[in-house]
Design a protein around this ligand. Sequence first.
Ligand code: SF4
Length: 220
Amino acid sequence: MPRESKANRKARALEIVSRLERSYPHATTELRWSDPFHLLVAVILSAQCTDVAVNKVTETLFRKYRKPQDFASADPAIFEQEIHSTGFFRNKTKSVLGAARMVIDEFGGEVPHTMEELLRLPGVQRKTGNVVMQIAFGEPSGIVVDTHVDRVSKRLGLVATTMKPPEKIEQALLDIYPRDKWIVFSQTLVLHGRYVCIARKPRCPDCVLEDLCPKIGVAK
Ligand code: SF4
Protein backbone atom coordinates (compact mmCIF):
# COMPACT_ATOMS: atom_id res chain seq x y z
CA MET A 1 0.00 0.00 0.00
CA PRO A 2 1.42 3.44 -0.89
CA ARG A 3 2.23 5.67 2.08
CA GLU A 4 -0.95 7.31 3.33
CA SER A 5 -1.11 10.94 4.42
CA LYS A 6 -2.14 11.68 7.98
CA ALA A 7 -5.30 13.45 6.78
CA ASN A 8 -6.32 10.52 4.58
CA ARG A 9 -5.70 8.06 7.37
CA LYS A 10 -7.86 10.11 9.71
CA ALA A 11 -10.69 10.30 7.18
CA ARG A 12 -10.45 6.55 6.57
CA ALA A 13 -10.35 5.88 10.32
CA LEU A 14 -13.53 7.92 10.84
CA GLU A 15 -15.29 6.08 8.02
CA ILE A 16 -14.19 2.78 9.60
CA VAL A 17 -15.75 3.64 12.95
CA SER A 18 -18.93 4.93 11.40
CA ARG A 19 -19.40 1.69 9.43
CA LEU A 20 -18.64 -0.37 12.52
CA GLU A 21 -21.18 1.66 14.46
CA ARG A 22 -23.84 0.86 11.87
CA SER A 23 -22.89 -2.83 11.84
CA TYR A 24 -22.89 -3.23 15.64
CA PRO A 25 -25.38 -0.63 16.86
CA HIS A 26 -25.59 -2.03 20.39
CA ALA A 27 -21.97 -3.08 20.82
CA THR A 28 -20.98 -3.78 24.39
CA THR A 29 -19.06 -6.41 26.33
CA GLU A 30 -20.26 -10.00 26.06
CA LEU A 31 -19.19 -10.63 29.64
CA ARG A 32 -22.13 -11.01 32.01
CA TRP A 33 -22.21 -8.58 34.93
CA SER A 34 -24.72 -6.81 37.11
CA ASP A 35 -22.65 -4.27 39.04
CA PRO A 36 -19.24 -2.63 38.56
CA PHE A 37 -17.42 -5.00 40.92
CA HIS A 38 -18.74 -8.07 39.15
CA LEU A 39 -17.69 -6.51 35.84
CA LEU A 40 -14.21 -5.90 37.23
CA VAL A 41 -13.98 -9.55 38.36
CA ALA A 42 -15.22 -10.81 34.98
CA VAL A 43 -12.65 -8.71 33.11
CA ILE A 44 -9.82 -9.94 35.36
CA LEU A 45 -10.95 -13.54 34.74
CA SER A 46 -11.12 -12.94 30.98
CA ALA A 47 -7.34 -12.59 30.57
CA GLN A 48 -6.22 -15.35 28.18
CA CYS A 49 -9.73 -16.82 28.30
CA THR A 50 -12.89 -16.47 26.22
CA ASP A 51 -15.89 -14.47 27.41
CA VAL A 52 -18.04 -17.59 26.96
CA ALA A 53 -15.83 -19.58 29.36
CA VAL A 54 -15.80 -16.70 31.87
CA ASN A 55 -19.60 -16.39 31.73
CA LYS A 56 -19.92 -20.09 32.47
CA VAL A 57 -17.83 -19.67 35.63
CA THR A 58 -19.38 -16.41 36.80
CA GLU A 59 -22.91 -17.73 36.45
CA THR A 60 -22.31 -19.74 39.63
CA LEU A 61 -19.57 -17.58 41.14
CA PHE A 62 -21.63 -14.38 41.24
CA ARG A 63 -24.47 -16.15 43.02
CA LYS A 64 -22.09 -17.13 45.82
CA TYR A 65 -20.01 -13.92 45.93
CA ARG A 66 -22.30 -10.93 45.65
CA LYS A 67 -20.39 -8.03 47.21
CA PRO A 68 -16.70 -7.11 47.47
CA GLN A 69 -16.93 -8.24 51.12
CA ASP A 70 -17.83 -11.77 50.00
CA PHE A 71 -14.78 -11.91 47.71
CA ALA A 72 -12.49 -10.37 50.35
CA SER A 73 -13.38 -13.09 52.86
CA ALA A 74 -13.17 -15.96 50.35
CA ASP A 75 -10.87 -18.89 51.03
CA PRO A 76 -8.18 -18.54 48.32
CA ALA A 77 -7.81 -22.32 47.87
CA ILE A 78 -11.55 -22.75 47.28
CA PHE A 79 -11.70 -19.69 45.03
CA GLU A 80 -8.83 -21.05 42.94
CA GLN A 81 -10.85 -24.20 42.32
CA GLU A 82 -13.97 -22.21 41.47
CA ILE A 83 -12.22 -20.19 38.75
CA HIS A 84 -9.78 -22.94 37.72
CA SER A 85 -11.18 -23.35 34.19
CA THR A 86 -10.40 -19.71 33.27
CA GLY A 87 -6.65 -20.41 33.49
CA PHE A 88 -3.94 -18.58 35.45
CA PHE A 89 -6.19 -19.25 38.44
CA ARG A 90 -3.58 -18.53 41.13
CA ASN A 91 -2.75 -15.05 39.87
CA LYS A 92 -6.38 -14.31 39.09
CA THR A 93 -7.38 -15.34 42.63
CA LYS A 94 -4.74 -13.02 44.10
CA SER A 95 -5.94 -10.18 41.87
CA VAL A 96 -9.66 -10.60 42.55
CA LEU A 97 -9.36 -11.09 46.31
CA GLY A 98 -6.75 -8.32 46.55
CA ALA A 99 -8.90 -5.94 44.50
CA ALA A 100 -11.88 -6.70 46.76
CA ARG A 101 -9.83 -5.86 49.86
CA MET A 102 -8.54 -2.61 48.36
CA VAL A 103 -12.00 -1.56 47.18
CA ILE A 104 -13.24 -2.03 50.76
CA ASP A 105 -10.24 -0.52 52.54
CA GLU A 106 -9.57 2.45 50.29
CA PHE A 107 -12.67 3.16 48.24
CA GLY A 108 -15.55 2.65 50.67
CA GLY A 109 -16.63 -0.63 49.04
CA GLU A 110 -17.25 0.98 45.62
CA VAL A 111 -15.25 0.42 42.43
CA PRO A 112 -13.37 3.70 41.88
CA HIS A 113 -14.50 5.91 38.99
CA THR A 114 -11.13 7.09 37.69
CA MET A 115 -8.51 5.27 35.64
CA GLU A 116 -5.79 6.45 38.00
CA GLU A 117 -7.49 4.77 40.97
CA LEU A 118 -8.48 1.66 39.03
CA LEU A 119 -4.86 1.12 38.06
CA ARG A 120 -3.95 0.88 41.75
CA LEU A 121 -6.06 -2.29 42.13
CA PRO A 122 -4.12 -5.56 41.86
CA GLY A 123 -4.44 -7.22 38.46
CA VAL A 124 -5.80 -4.08 36.80
CA GLN A 125 -3.99 -2.73 33.76
CA ARG A 126 -5.21 -0.16 31.24
CA LYS A 127 -7.24 -2.71 29.25
CA THR A 128 -9.22 -3.78 32.32
CA GLY A 129 -9.52 -0.19 33.53
CA ASN A 130 -10.82 0.96 30.15
CA VAL A 131 -13.46 -1.79 29.98
CA VAL A 132 -14.72 -0.90 33.47
CA MET A 133 -14.70 2.85 32.76
CA GLN A 134 -16.46 2.42 29.42
CA ILE A 135 -19.01 -0.26 30.27
CA ALA A 136 -19.79 0.32 33.94
CA PHE A 137 -19.51 4.12 33.96
CA GLY A 138 -19.93 5.13 30.30
CA GLU A 139 -16.69 7.13 30.55
CA PRO A 140 -14.26 7.28 27.63
CA SER A 141 -11.01 7.17 29.58
CA GLY A 142 -9.12 5.58 26.69
CA ILE A 143 -9.38 2.82 24.07
CA VAL A 144 -9.50 -0.86 25.00
CA VAL A 145 -6.57 -2.68 23.40
CA ASP A 146 -7.15 -6.41 23.67
CA THR A 147 -5.96 -9.11 21.28
CA HIS A 148 -8.73 -8.27 18.75
CA VAL A 149 -8.16 -4.52 18.73
CA ASP A 150 -4.40 -5.10 18.44
CA ARG A 151 -4.78 -7.46 15.45
CA VAL A 152 -7.54 -5.64 13.55
CA SER A 153 -6.04 -2.13 13.91
CA LYS A 154 -2.83 -3.51 12.43
CA ARG A 155 -4.59 -5.23 9.51
CA LEU A 156 -6.47 -2.00 8.87
CA GLY A 157 -3.21 -0.05 8.83
CA LEU A 158 -4.31 2.23 11.67
CA VAL A 159 -1.15 1.39 13.62
CA ALA A 160 2.16 -0.14 12.54
CA THR A 161 2.28 -3.93 12.57
CA THR A 162 5.41 -3.85 14.73
CA MET A 163 3.87 -1.58 17.33
CA LYS A 164 3.71 -2.80 20.93
CA PRO A 165 3.06 -2.78 23.87
CA PRO A 166 -0.73 -2.22 24.15
CA GLU A 167 -0.22 1.16 25.86
CA LYS A 168 1.62 2.45 22.80
CA ILE A 169 -1.05 1.11 20.42
CA GLU A 170 -3.70 2.74 22.59
CA GLN A 171 -1.91 6.09 22.42
CA ALA A 172 -1.62 5.86 18.63
CA LEU A 173 -5.37 5.16 18.36
CA LEU A 174 -6.21 7.95 20.80
CA ASP A 175 -4.27 10.31 18.53
CA ILE A 176 -6.40 9.25 15.55
CA TYR A 177 -9.89 9.20 17.07
CA PRO A 178 -11.78 11.99 18.84
CA ARG A 179 -12.77 11.23 22.44
CA ASP A 180 -16.45 10.73 21.61
CA LYS A 181 -15.50 7.73 19.43
CA TRP A 182 -13.29 5.94 21.95
CA ILE A 183 -16.05 3.76 23.43
CA VAL A 184 -17.78 2.87 20.17
CA PHE A 185 -14.46 2.16 18.43
CA SER A 186 -13.32 -0.14 21.27
CA GLN A 187 -16.56 -2.06 21.64
CA THR A 188 -17.26 -2.51 17.92
CA LEU A 189 -13.71 -3.46 16.99
CA VAL A 190 -13.62 -6.18 19.66
CA LEU A 191 -16.79 -7.70 18.15
CA HIS A 192 -15.51 -7.27 14.60
CA GLY A 193 -12.29 -9.07 15.53
CA ARG A 194 -14.19 -11.82 17.27
CA TYR A 195 -16.72 -12.54 14.52
CA VAL A 196 -15.36 -11.23 11.19
CA CYS A 197 -11.69 -10.28 11.25
CA ILE A 198 -10.86 -13.59 12.89
CA ALA A 199 -7.25 -14.28 13.84
CA ARG A 200 -6.65 -17.37 11.72
CA LYS A 201 -8.85 -16.68 8.72
CA PRO A 202 -10.43 -13.23 8.41
CA ARG A 203 -13.77 -13.23 6.57
CA CYS A 204 -12.82 -10.39 4.20
CA PRO A 205 -15.59 -10.99 1.61
CA ASP A 206 -18.18 -10.53 4.39
CA CYS A 207 -16.48 -7.49 5.91
CA VAL A 208 -18.06 -4.02 5.74
CA LEU A 209 -14.57 -2.51 5.84
CA GLU A 210 -13.13 -4.41 2.89
CA ASP A 211 -12.77 -1.43 0.52
CA LEU A 212 -11.12 0.59 3.33
CA CYS A 213 -8.71 -2.14 4.43
CA PRO A 214 -5.17 -2.74 3.13
CA LYS A 215 -5.34 -6.19 4.82
CA ILE A 216 -1.85 -5.85 6.16
CA GLY A 217 -0.35 -9.23 7.07
CA VAL A 218 -3.37 -11.18 5.75
CA ALA A 219 -2.39 -14.11 3.51
CA LYS A 220 -3.62 -13.60 -0.07
S1 SF4 B 1 -11.16 -6.66 5.15
FE1 SF4 B 1 -10.40 -8.54 6.07
S2 SF4 B 1 -8.49 -7.97 7.12
FE2 SF4 B 1 -9.64 -6.09 6.70
S3 SF4 B 1 -10.84 -5.73 8.57
FE3 SF4 B 1 -12.13 -6.86 7.14
S4 SF4 B 1 -11.86 -9.01 7.71
FE4 SF4 B 1 -10.15 -7.84 8.60
